[in-house]
Design a protein around this ligand. Structure first.
Ligand code: DQA
Length: 149
């Protein structure tokens, strides 16, 4: 059975309360409940980790190796400057889909650059919390295709 890690970085625990005009009114719990339904529907399973601490996110990426086959990752503001997270992804060589709820390219210039993108298989940006669902669907399909070949 395909198993995914859904990983959320800093401040995403505040979804629903945090800048709802930018990030919507759904809470992280609402989103995770929905993703659990989607993974079930796809015959897959998932684990969710959210942390405001870079080291905890790095540990979660390391621990995913051998347990999960891919990672759906919203690194929050770490996206724009965490070489340590980028190196962790490169080290485990698991497929990662980077998700951003907001359209980072339509926001402040510092949000336009991702240091994670070069080590991700793809990005889903600006589709609101639905982006997580599209990322889960795309990643499960990708892993199943790899397992068949
Ligand atoms: C975000 C975009 C980041 O720039 C920001 O720091 C976040 C959330 C998003 O999901 O749109 O915390 O990753």
């Amino acid at each position: 059975m395909v198993s995914l890690l859904v990983l959320n970085g800093p401040n995403l625990n505040l979804l629903g309360k945090r800048e709802p005009g930018v990030y919507g009114s759904e809470t992280l719990d609402d989103i995770i409940l929905r993703l659990q339904g989607v993974t079930r529907e796809l015959g897959a399973q998932m684990e969710h980790v959210q942390s405001n601490h870079e080291g905890v996110l790095i540990d979660a990426i390391h621990q995913a190796k051998g347990v999960h086959q891919g990672i759906v990752f919203n690194p929050g503001a770490f996206t724009h400057y965490s070489y340590a997270l980028r190196d962790a992804i490169a080290a485990v060589s698991l497929p990662v889909i980077e998700v951003h709820i907001s359209n980072v390219h339509a926001r402040e210039p510092f949000r336009h650059h991702s240091v994670i993108a070069p080590v991700a298989v793809g990005q889903i940006v600006g589709l609101g919390s639905d982006g997580y669902e599209w990322a889960v669907r795309a990643l499960v399909r990708k892993i199943e295709q790899q397992n068949r070949s």
